[in-house]
Design a binder for this molecule. Structure first.
Ligand code: SAM
Length: 452
């Protein structure tokens, strides 16, 4: 049951376009299921199962589910076949499709990235681009790493930096998403904590923090670069007032989007500069609350030249071993502390620049370590999209898959000795190694399922 909503909160929305107090209150008393997921286009070709019936109209890979299953106990979730994401957040796909071609080789910044939902959307959209997923809070980079590894895209770099550090690489990015930390009123329907923690002071604090984050990242965007600003707050101070603040302080063009009336999304105009943003009220849109606006940077310059780190590359023998395990088209294999990483050739210099200027937690796909007896493959490789399709693979049933994901024992028959991919419905879960009298489970300990 949802707690009563703060009066000060309701009052603060009184003059906001599209806010209908009675309907808004009513929808906060309903516990209607709104669970939605977005499939991974880079893994969907392996999946032979059925897709849910109800599509999200603005998201080509997005679906509403008729009930909320236990995602923890679905092996396909751990295989990175889909990500659980609000329908509102998935609107970023529609916004992108209206402003930039999917096939652009874009450098994309996801500045406030953890736990990584929108990063997976960006990685799926810009398959020819490179996504820099940054999270300032160190402990939150772990969940970001886990979700991005499961998604399996090779084109994501994870950094752990303060937004101000991005001014070290001016005019670098073509696109930036600032999914800002906010007061969280958009989550009121599903999170009573968000209600009890809401205050006018916090809205103000969030608004100032959002401005600081926006100002900090601004220099890193190229001329003509796109800036997408989003929150999960309804508060004008964090939404439309920040559009005015952006227009006042920077050389930006606001980009209106095409909205179909049946989507129920409300266009909001900022007071001073008449910049347009879009609010998702849960009594009008089948989603939790969301706000998004898009800008193009008018000033700035095109990317300059930056100093970049140098890499050590795999030698001929190492490459021939790596080829047994990967589909190496257009990949460069670099060596970092004995581990080999697969990186898209065309992004080598960009990654060098990022490594020189920021704190890189992950780049590309970790292939593994080469020891005397050959490659010891990394988990990353198993659930990536670049593993060699000729590697031995065994499809586990659901019970075996869950045992595997819990790192518990399970039996399988007639498997050739050596390294083998453990899969569920053809989607890889990780590695096992078959020894003469036992099976070793290489699922990462830190990610194992703890719940029975
Ligand atoms: N984009 C994420 C997704 O789709 O999964 C959700 C991001 S969440 C709304 C905001 C993120 O901003 C959080 O991960 C939070 O740790 C981070 N954050 C908090 N304070 C910040 C700051 N001062 N600068 C940048 N990011 C911050």
């Amino acid at each position: 049951m949802t707690l009563p909503l703060p009066e000060a909160f309701l009052d603060s929305l009184a003059n906001t376009a599209g806010f209908d107090k009675d309907n808004f209150l009513a929808v906060h008393q309903q516990s209607e299921n709104r669970t939605s997921i977005r499939y991974n286009p880079q893994k969907l070709d392996l999946y032979k199962g059925d897709l849910p019936n109800e599509k999200i109209p603005w998201s080509p890979y997005g679906y509403y589910l008729s009930e909320r299953p236990s995602f923890t106990h679905d092996p396909l979730f751990h295989a990175g076949l889909y990500y659980v994401q609000e329908a509102g957040s998935q609107f970023i796909w529609e916004a992108l499709s209206q402003i930039i071609d999917r096939h652009t080789e874009a450098k994309v910044l996801d500045l406030c990235a953890a736990p990584g939902g929108k990063t997976t959307l960006l990685a799926a959209y810009f398959q020819k681009g490179i996504i820099v997923a940054n999270e300032v809070i160190k402990s939150r980079t772990n969940i970001l790493m886990e979700n991005i590894t499961k998604w399996g895209s090779e084109n994501v770099v994870i950094t752990n930096n303060d937004p101000s550090h991005f001014s070290r690489i001016p005019d670098f990015f073509d696109v930036a998403l600032i999914d800002a930390p906010c007061s969280g009123s958009g989550l009121f329907r599903k999170d009573n904590n968000a209600i009890s923690e809401w205050s006018e002071e916090n809205v103000l604090l969030c608004s100032r923090r959002q401005q600081r984050i926006l100002a900090d990242m601004y220099p890193s965007i190229k001329e003509d670069g796109l800036i997408i600003y989003s929150t999960c707050s309804y508060s004008p101070q964090e939404d439309e007032d920040n559009l005015d603040w952006l227009m006042q302080n920077f050389q930006l063009e606001n980009i209106p989007l095409q909205i179909q009336p049946e989507w129920g999304i409300t266009a909001i105009e900022s007071r001073e500069h008449k910049a347009i943003g879009y609010k998702f009220y849960p009594d009008k849109v089948r989603s939790e609350g969301f706000f998004i606006a898009v800008f193009r940077k008018m000033g700035g310059a095109s990317a300059g030249s930056f100093s970049a780190n140098n890499f050590t590359f795999a030698n001929k023998d190492e490459l021939s071993e790596i080829r047994n395990w990967t589909t190496p088209e257009n990949k460069t294999f670099i060596k970092e502390n004995n581990y080999f990483l697969a990186i898209d050739e065309k992004w080598l210099n960009a990654i060098g620049v990022l490594q020189k200027n920021l704190y890189l937690r992950k780049a590309g796909i970790t292939i593994g370590e080469i020891k005397n007896k050959g490659l010891v493959p990394a988990h990353d490789l198993a659930i990536s999209t670049i593993f060699n399709r000729n590697i031995n693979k065994i499809n586990l049933d659901k019970a075996q898959s869950l045992q595997y994901l819990k790192r518990k024992d399970f039996e399988i028959d007639n498997i050739p000795k050596g390294w083998c991919l453990a899969a569920f419905e053809d989607l890889n879960l990780g590695w096992i190694k078959i020894l003469p009298n036992r099976l070793n489970n290489y699922y990462p300990t830190e990610w194992r399922i703890l719940k029975d």
